[in-house]
Design a protein around this ligand. Structure first.
Ligand SMILES: [Zn+2]
Length: 170
């Protein structure tokens, strides 16, 4: 398990559509172990593989800081089956340090994915877990949370975003 550097906004890997995972082999298991170490180190709620520079359809979510009954959840090759409702909440992203924005998303989601053990599962959730799933799923499609904010908020953020992108190029 190793903590990997988190890719920042401006890195082109964040805009790629991630590739499906074939066999859950040693490489994939190591990647997930590294993602878990990286997420814990960053004190984040979720992390997608492209955020550590690996364009694979994997994300992990850990909302145990908010809900003690939770532990790290691993989603491989996830598919969003259904969404309903809508809710606006403030969101952040580990690839956008210090930036928080109100984003409207579905309130409930039904998702199907494969676990690290290779078992397919379906999950219907709402609240923070649903929000985290939708945010992380977007990363696999090359979408970022700033894509959903208003043009005014985006204009207000443009200076910060330029600075972040400049850092990512270094
Ligand atoms: Zn994110």
């Amino acid at each position: 398990m190793a903590v990997r550097p988190i890719v920042l906004y401006g890195d082109p890997v964040l805009r790629e559509k991630a590739a499906p995972v074939g066999k859950i082999d040693r490489t994939i298991k190591n990647l997930v172990a590294d993602m878990i170490a990286t997420l814990k180190h960053a004190n984040g709620l979720g992390l997608a593989a492209p955020q550590v520079g690996e364009s694979f359809r994997i994300f992990i979510i850990d909302i145990s800081a908010l809900d003690l009954t939770e532990s790290v959840r691993v989603f491989i090759n996830p598919e969003i089956l259904e969404t309903s409702g809508e809710v606006v909440m403030e969101e952040g992203c580990l690839s956008f340090p210090g930036i928080y924005q109100k984003v409207q998303r579905a309130e409930r989601v039904r998702v199907r994915a494969t676990s690290l053990e290779g078992k397919e599962f379906t999950l219907s959730v709402s609240g923070m877990l649903a929000r985290a799933i939708l945010h992380e799923y977007d990363h696999l499609e090359g979408k970022l949370f700033i894509d959903f904010i208003s043009p005014v908020s985006r204009a207000l953020l443009s200076g910060k975003l330029r600075k972040l992108a400049a850092t990512a190029q270094l």
